[in-house]
Design a protein around this ligand. Sequence first.
Ligand SMILES: O=C(OP(=O)(O)O)[C@H](O)COP(=O)(O)O
Length: 312
Amino acid sequence: MSRPFGSNRLPIGQFSVSVNLSTAVLPYVPVICHLRKQLRSESCAPRFDSLRSMTKHKLFLLRHGEGAWNKENRFCSWVDQRLSEAGVTEAQECGRLLKERGYEFDIIFTSILSRSVQTAWLVMEAMGQEWVPVVKSWRLNERHYGALIGLNRAEMALNHGEERVKVWRRSYDVTPPPIDESHPYFNEIYSDRRYVTCDIPKEELPRAESLKEVLERLLPYWNDVISPQIKQGKTVLISAHGNSCRALLKHLEGVSDADIADVTLPTGVPVLLELDDNLRPLKARQLLGDPAKIQAAIKKVEDQGKATVNTK
Ligand SMILES: O=C(OP(=O)(O)O)[C@H](O)COP(=O)(O)O
């Protein structure tokens, strides 16, 4: 008996089916041929192509819960403040929210500053996922605010003007004056033994950074360590800082140098990014939680640079 397809395996799209070409099947061959044609038609092909590149990776960025100096409105940066009572609650609530939504992490990255590590622990505890590995790097540390470390933002706005403070806080490529040995927090930072564990000599660690410089020290870590984990299909949480998360967002979303000035991250609010296989965002970032509360928290961070008298 002749075989119309040369064998008894009939390809349909990506699959093939075993066909017994008996006289009982032969009447259906035109229908099968029609289906094959449809699958190959131009109207079908793009749909499959886009499905292939649409593989979603979920990446979560988190600015730690409120720290003691967030509360006092001081530039904290590389000073190792722990979470305030409100910051502990924020981190726990963040963990509960992530649990309620059914998210599961495979690996967590933090800076080597206690407030980001403590936040990761509290999130994991609230999610019942304490076993998840945590990897720490100075490359996720907060931006180094140089000589501004420890200063009160509202007092600076009074002395230098709100515009100047906004430039120091939010511009992309303005580096604040560097910290030197006369600074009250210099020794506390540079004699801390955590900074001999870094992948560069202590002497080469920054003394002040613009957001651009934060991105430059963060990118090798993102490219070599974090992104391979995501590409392997792992769900990653990065528990870090306002400006290290902003730098990464700028990179991933392609935010312009000018527009990044208007991106503000509140403490304790997880940011969900859905990425394709090339780690490009598939849609806009999502700040998870009550939108009204999130807007209020963003405004609070922005208002920290206003010249109001700080009574706390
Ligand atoms: O330590 C800081 O950020 P963090 O609270 O995210 O670690 C900075 O002082 C944040 O200051 P900014 O919001 O003026 O950039």
